[in-house]
Design a protein. Structure first.
Length: 495
């Protein structure tokens, strides 16, 4: 009997180690995707000089990736439910790695832009299923809170790490290495994934594949993201923006109509009846709009007004990253379990709003230490509390067979919400700067005035997010429904 108990304990211990090893593998894959979203920004001037991009075509180095990534997240998440999340994760990893190699080898505009689009496809396939795999591996609330905290740290803090790493690689070697650095990471991640992630059985297409629904949602999201990223060039009131925006709305309406009558819908509309899932995604869209403004416009303020170089900008964002990491990797999970995710989320949102309010008071002759750092401390603390809470609320109670869909939805909201918010705030900032220049203010004063306006509006968006969190989300801890029959998403083997 004692021997049997020892064997059982040893098997349980090995299984537990495998789950946490699998979590690390998934989070490294996510980190690679998140880094790539920001690491390119620092290298854009070098890419432009080397490959001869015009100012307008240079934007497509970023836009090609965003359109593919944002357009395919929801579809990729649902495909993970239907054909197996492990297979979708690995296929995306292979595609992302091959495209990264082509990006690094690119010697022309067309080659780089095309490879960036393919990279976005691979990134969407990889990122969309990760959160769904995590909640399946960790059904117990306490462990799930810790696991989501690790994921939230990677997803939220990886962007500032990308700014720093991009500056280091671009200045010390060349811009090609911002893409080559993905190769060893991806190879190691793929090797461990094959070892520790068990091949899960998807629900399949027993009643047929919803191909019309898939085409409609991909087209709607891609057209929508294209409209957003090009609005800064054409203007929000232009015929181009309004026309493509209307097209995206029509496609989305067609998708909803299709899903309402499809026998095997790609996205069962009943999933949106969950107040926590719908409310958490709405809150996240507003929150990331404000946070993205700090990463983008805050970096521009440090460079153009305070005179920081690219490496100093990356270092300047490190306190924000460190605070998010410290809170996400333990403290937030304990608060979520003790008080519930909604009670933890609302103060976090208030701290982000306060940080953006401080950023709206920046000045031309300001100091990083007295004006920017305090705001970063507030926003880092708020983000460290908020991201794990939002992920827990959005994924809590989701059935195992819809975990990939919910994961894809969370990531879609993160990317599209951030893109919309940043595009609007950047446009308003630019318009305000133009008005101040016309009034005779100096370049630095006009830029600062534009940034101030954007940060003030961002703080307003967080106030709306707080209201939604208070009125829509359900209080108390969220219980996740474990699957009694499903196989775990990890293998008992540990490399």
């Amino acid at each position: 009997m004692a021997q049997l108990m020892n064997n059982s304990l040893n098997q349980h211990s090995a299984s537990d180690r495998s789950r946490w090893t699998a979590l690390v593998v998934l989070c490294v894959g996510m980190l690679m995707i998140v880094l790539d979203a920001t690491i390119v920004n620092v290298a854009l001037p070098s890419i432009q000089d080397d490959l001869g991009f015009s100012q307008s075509s240079l934007a497509w180095v970023v836009n090609a990736y965003l359109i593919a990534f944002g357009g395919l997240l929801l579809l990729a998440g649902r495909l993970g439910d239907l054909v197996g999340r492990r297979d979708v994760f690995l296929a995306g990893l292979v595609l992302f790695t091959g495209a990264s190699l082509l990006c690094g080898l690119a010697q022309s505009e067309a080659m780089l832009i095309g490879a960036r689009f393919v990279q976005g496809v691979g990134g969407a396939m990889t990122a969309a299923v990760i959160l769904g795999m995590i909640v399946t591996m960790f059904p117990e609330p306490g462990e799930q809170a810790k696991a989501i905290g690790v994921y939230s740290f990677v997803a939220s803090a990886g962007g500032s790490v990308g700014l720093l790493l991009g500056g280091v690689l671009t200045e010390t070697i060349s811009w090609h290495w911002i893409f080559f650095v993905n190769l060893p990471i991806a190879v190691v991640t793929g090797a461990f994934a094959l070892r520790v992630l068990r091949r899960d059985q998807g629900a399949g297409f027993s009643r047929g594949a919803d191909i019309p629904g898939a085409l409609l949602i991909v087209a709607a999201l891609m057209v929508g993201v294209y409209t957003i990223v090009e609005a800064s060039n054409y203007g929000w009131g232009s015929l181009h923006t309004l026309g493509f925006g209307a097209g995206a709305v029509v496609l989305l309406a067609g998708f909803v109509a299709r899903e309402a009558v499809a026998s095997n819908p790609l996205v069962p509309l009943g999933i949106f009846r969950s107040r926590n899932l719908s409310g958490a995604n709405a809150v996240q869209a507003l929150m990331v709009a404000g946070l993205f403004s700090l990463f983008f416009l805050g970096a521009l303020y440090l460079q153009r007004v305070l005179g920081f170089d690219s490496l100093e900008v990356g270092l300047g964002f490190l306190p924000l990253t460190a605070i998010i990491g410290i809170l996400s990797l333990g403290f937030s999970a304990k608060l979520n379990l003790r008080f519930g995710p909604r009670a933890t989320l609302i103060p976090g949102l208030a701290l982000i709003a306060a940080g953006l309010g401080l950023m709206s008071q920046i000045s031309v002759g300001g100091s990083y230490w007295s004006e920017v750092l305090p705001a970063m401390v507030l926003m880092g603390t708020g983000a460290g509390l908020s991201f794990p809470s939002i992920m827990t609320l959005a994924m809590g109670g989701v059935r195992p067979e819809e975990a990939g869909l919910a994961s894809g939805l969370v990531n879609t909201t993160l990317q599209v919400g951030g893109a919309v918010g940043l595009a609007v705030l950047a446009t308003l900032s630019s318009s305000r700067t133009g008005s101040l220049l016309a009034e005779g203010q100096s370049g630095a004063e006009a830029l600062t005035g534009g940034y101030q306006l954007a940060f003030a509006i961002g703080a307003g968006l967080l106030v709306v997010a707080i209201a939604i969190a208070a009125l829509v989300l359900r209080p108390g801890a969220v219980e996740v429904e474990p699957s009694g029959e499903a196989e775990p998403a990890f293998s008992s083997e540990v490399a």
